[in-house]
Write a protein that binds this ligand. Sequence first.
Ligand code: ATP
Ligand code: MG
Length: 451
Amino acid sequence: MFAENLTRIGSNVAGLFFVWSTLKRYFPRQIQQLLFNAIQRIPIFKRLSDKILEFFSPYAYIRFREIEGYRYNYAFAAVKTYLGAKVNSEVKNLKGNQVKENMSLDLKRDDVKIEEEYEGVKMWWEIFRCVKGKKICRLTFHRSNWDVVTGSYLRYVVEEGKSIKARKKKVMVLMNNPSLHWKTNMKGLWTCTEFEHPATFDTLAMDIDKKDEIFRDLVAFRDGKEYYDRIGKAWKRGYLLYGPPGTGKSTMIAAMANLMKYNIYDLELTSIGNNWELKKLLIATTNKSIIVIEDIDCSLDLTGEREVKDLKGDKEGKKSNAVTLSGLLNFIDGIWSACGQERILVFTTNHLGKLDQALIRRGRMDMHIELSYCTFGAFKILAKNYLNIDSHHLFGKIESLLKETKITPADVAEHMMVKEVDGSLKGLIRALERIKWSQNVKVEEQLQQGD
Ligand SMILES: Nc1ncnc2c1ncn2[C@@H]1O[C@H](COP(=O)(O)OP(=O)(O)OP(=O)(O)O)[C@@H](O)[C@H]1O
Ligand SMILES: [Mg+2]
């Protein structure tokens, strides 16, 4: 039976070769090409000729499909980014993209066939769409180079593609929608817009040592995959930012997002109906993100007896405004941690004392960061940002006034919006003297009341 089949296949292939060689003998080259193209247009012949060519070919192929099964193939994305970035003066097909008017032009290679050499080995890439319309990147290489391709080339392409993507990544900010607007399949939970806050760690006005510590902590977290795997801990970190209004809590979150290139999920607890909604929202967040709950003490009444509140929430069921402290804590420690990686959680508050200890204990909130009134060090950073000066003869006076007054970096910054250096520094000195005077009056009043 097998021998019979083999004979039949052999005679069919021989028949095809005979027809082909006859055509080649009697028809000119152009007509041969036309015939070949016409045959190739008939899907069954195309598949057959591709199979025959593949069988006799000394080349091997690796396909990266956009979708594998029902899942997006991240290797495809990396390969596509890598190929798109191969831009140089010899490339003839390029495409230009400008997402926003004020953003720079992004040039990408737009060839469907790309040839390159790696360690002396030739590689041929082709980008096309399969019958179902999904994109495929296909690599062709000589079989004798199997070891180079599978040993190092593909790893290099994927890693390079990922790092190009990370460099070009735009930070997004996502805000939760009320459940009324949610659609099926976990869609419509978050509204997404591009995040364009210019704050960086350089422009952040605070004590240099403290700033360095936070910076190093974030970088260690970002590069800490192996460490977290080794110690068997979920790859997440919590920061609690506390301090009076206008001291830079929101600015620090922006600087964190810009440094890490993580998206920000701005979680507005007051528009969440219950723990079930909270759970859905948190599960829909992606890796490499910062989940922010601003003014945690105002968003929820999280203080006092936890048990009493939770009981109330349970009794009233799903419909009640029942986002509870234990609901929040469970997701921070439990299910959510297990299903997500590389996430940062940031809580901000103006009143540290109001928070429940369970919420802010170490391990949940790994770092407590106080942002406070403007020091001379912080003032110098603001002066550099706003006025582009490193020193000035009025700095000495400002330094001694800052030691005696409580002024927020936001108020200091307000005085430096005037471009003229002398005028803005003198304005700041007047403001500091006013604050100092009113602080002294207050102290005197308190003393008199004490008498
Ligand atoms: N530490 C800081 N470094 C640089 N700029 C700052 C700093 N603090 C405040 N600012 C300036 O003041 C403005 C208000 O600061 P920000 O919104 O970060 O304060 P906040 O601590 O989040 O206040 P709130 O508690 O009211 O939310 C910012 O836009 C920024 O320009
Ligand atoms: Mg804020």
